[in-house]
Design a protein around this ligand. Structure first.
Ligand SMILES: Cc1ncc(COP(=O)(O)O)c(C=O)c1O
Length: 373
C-alpha cells in the first residue's frame, strides 16, 4: 500500500447538501421567510393547521393532482413517516427493501413493528419475493424508495413499481413510496412522476435535500380515510408544524424560484456524480449494484473485507483520511447476519464534495483495501 496522504481527508458518511448550495440559498430563503411573515402574518405565528399550512397543501395537492385534504405537511420527511408508523397497530408486519433508510428501520422497531426485508434488483424490488411474502404473511405496509434509492442508488423501472403497487393493492397492503429523491436526477432526464388514485399509493417526501435540512419540511399524500385517521395522531403529537417554514416554501414554489433552484442543484451535482460513477467503475468493478443517475448515495460491497478484516479496514481508511462506516444499520434486520458474511457494505455520498476529492477518496479506499487483504 502506498503511503497515506495525511493532509487530504474526505468523509463519505455525510449525506448533506453542498455548503455552496446552501450559501446560494441564503438570499432566496431570506426573501421567502420575509414574504411568508408579511403575507400570512399571525396565521403562521399562531397555533393551527395540524396537517400543515393550507397554501402549501394546496400547491402540493396541485402537484400530485389530489385533493389537498389528502396531504399532511410536517417537520421533515422522517417526521411524517414516523407519524405513519405510530398510527399503525403495534407489531404490524412491514416489508422494507433489503437495504433502506436506516432511520425508518430504527423508528419502526421502536414502535414495535416487525420488519421483513425483500431483495432489491437493478430494476427495483424482487417481485416474486414480494409476492411470496405478501401471500404468506399478513402485511400492513410495504415501504420503498423508488427513485435514486437510499442507500443503493437503484432506480425502480416504472413497470416494477406498477407491479409492486398492484401486488399491494390486491392484498390490501399500504404501498408507501418515499419519493424524496425524485427531483434530484442529474443526467438531464426527468423522473416519471407517480400517479396517485383514491386507493393510493401513499407518497412521502421531503424538502431536506432539495432546499435545506435546517428548514425541515416534508409531507405525505394519503388515501382520504388514512388522512382522516392520521389527523388525530398528528394533533396529539405536535399540534401544528413549523408554519413560517411552510409559508416560505409555498412562496418559493409559487415564485418559480424553487424549480430554478432544483435545476441549479442538478447541474451542481452532476459532475460529482459522474466522478463517483467513474471512480467506482475503475476501482471497484462489480462491487456496486448500479451506475447511479441522481440522489445522494451509492454503495459498494467489498467481498474481500470479511468480518475478521472489517475493523482493520475501517481503521486503515480512517488513517488514510477517508471516513467510512459499515452500512449494517441500513440492512433489514432479518437479513443482516447473512449479509455480513458476504463482505463489508459501505454507503458513499458525494454532493457535498469536490469532484477531485471524490476521485481521490475512492482511489485511496482501493489502496486501503489492497493493504488489508
Ligand atoms: C429516503 C429518505 N427519506 C426521508 C428522509 C428524511 O428527510 P427529513 O430530513 O426531511 O426528515 C431522508 C433523509 O436523508 C431519506 O434519505
Amino acid at each position: 500500500m502506498s503511503e497515506p496522504n495525511q493532509t487530504k481527508t474526505i468523509n463519505f458518511l455525510r449525506g448533506v447538501p453542498a455548503q455552496e448550495a446552501l450559501s446560494n440559498l441564503i438570499p432566496m430563503a431570506s426573501i421567502g421567510y420575509e414574504n411568508a411573515i408579511k403575507k400570512y402574518g399571525t396565521d403562521v405565528l399562531q397555533y393551527g393547521h395540524f396537517n400543515g399550512f393550507k397554501p402549501l397543501r394546496d400547491l402540493l395537492g396541485n402537484l400530485h393532482q389530489v385533493d389537498p385534504e389528502r396531504i399532511i405537511v410536517g417537520n421533515g420527511g422522517m417526521e411524517v413517516i414516523s407519524l405513519l408508523l405510530k398510527s399503525l397497530p403495534r407489531k404490524s408486519n412491514i416489508i422494507v427493501e433489503e437495504m433502506t433508510y436506516d432511520r425508518v428501520i430504527h423508528d419502526a422497531l421502536r414502535y414495535g413493528h416487525n420488519l421483513i426485508g425483500v431483495e432489491l434488483t437493478p430494476d427495483g424490488v424482487n417481485l416474486d419475493q414480494l409476492k411470496a411474502i405478501i401471500n404468506k404473511t399478513s402485511i400492513t405496509v410495504f415501504y420503498g424508495i423508488p427513485f435514486h434509492q437510499n442507500p443503493t442508488g437503484i432506480d425502480y423501472t416504472p413497470e416494477n413499481r406498477g407491479a409492486a403497487e398492484r401486488l399491494c393493492k390486491e392484498r390490501d397492503v399500504l404501498c408507501v413510496w418515499d419519493i424524496c429523491y425524485e427531483p434530484l436526477r442529474y443526467d438531464g432526464n426527468k423522473n416519471e412522476p407517480i400517479m396517485v388514485s383514491d386507493w393510493g399509493p401513499i407518497l412521502t417526501s421531503s424538502f431536506t435535500k432539495t432546499i435545506s435540512p435546517g428548514t425541515k419540511c416534508g409531507y405525505m399524500v394519503l388515501p382520504k380515510k388514512v388522512a382522516e385517521h392520521m389527523t388525530g395522531i398528528v394533533a396529539n403529537t405536535r399540534l401544528n408544524p413549523n408554519l413560517p417554514t411552510q409559508g416560505f416554501i409555498a412562496d418559493f414554489i409559487e415564485s418559480g424560484e424553487y424549480e430554478k433552484y432544483v435545476n441549479y442543484l442538478c447541474n451542481l451535482y452532476k459532475p460529482k456524480m459522474d466522478t463517483l460513477n467513474k471512480g467506482l467503475n475503475a476501482n471497484f468493478p462489480g462491487a456496486f449494484p448500479v451506475e447511479i443517475f441522481g440522489g445522494f448515495f451509492s454503495i459498494i460491497r467489498l467481498a474481500s473485507i470479511t468480518p475478521d478484516k472489517e475493523q482493520l479496514f475501517l481503521e486503515s481508511a480512517q488513517k488514510a483520511g477517508v471516513g467510512i462506516a459499515p452500512a449494517w444499520d441500513a440492512v433489514a434486520p432479518d437479513l443482516r447476519e447473512d449479509k455480513k458474511k458476504k463482505g463489508l457494505i459501505i454507503r458513499l455520498t458525494f454532493p457535498a464534495f469536490e469532484a477531485t476529492d471524490i476521485e481521490w477518496g475512492i482511489a485511496t479506499l482501493k489502496e486501503v483495501e489492497k493493504g488489508v487483504v
